[in-house]
Write a protein of this length. Structure first.
Length: 64
C-alpha cells in the first residue's frame, strides 16, 4: 500500500492519465467493475411514508 500526499487536482489528473493509458476494451471493463462496486455500496434505506396510502382526488373545476 502506498500513501501519497497530493492535492485533489493532482490526484484527479493522475487518475485520468492512468485511465487514458488503458485500451478501449480495458476502459469498458474498468467502467463495468466500478459500476458493480457502486451498486454494492451500502446506502441508507429511504422510508416512503406514503407507501401503503392512496389518494382519491376529485377535481371539481373539471368542466366538460
Amino acid at each position: 500500500m502506498e500513501i501519497r500526499f497530493q492535492t485533489k487536482e493532482e490526484s484527479n489528473r493522475q487518475q485520468q492519465e492512468e485511465f487514458l493509458k488503458l485500451s478501449k476494451v480495458e476502459r469498458i471493463y474498468s467502467f463495468l467493475r466500478l459500476s458493480e462496486r457502486i451498486s454494492k455500496f451500502p446506502v441508507k434505506n429511504k422510508v416512503d411514508k406514503n407507501k401503503d396510502n392512496f389518494q382519491i382526488v376529485i377535481d371539481r373545476n373539471d368542466k366538460k
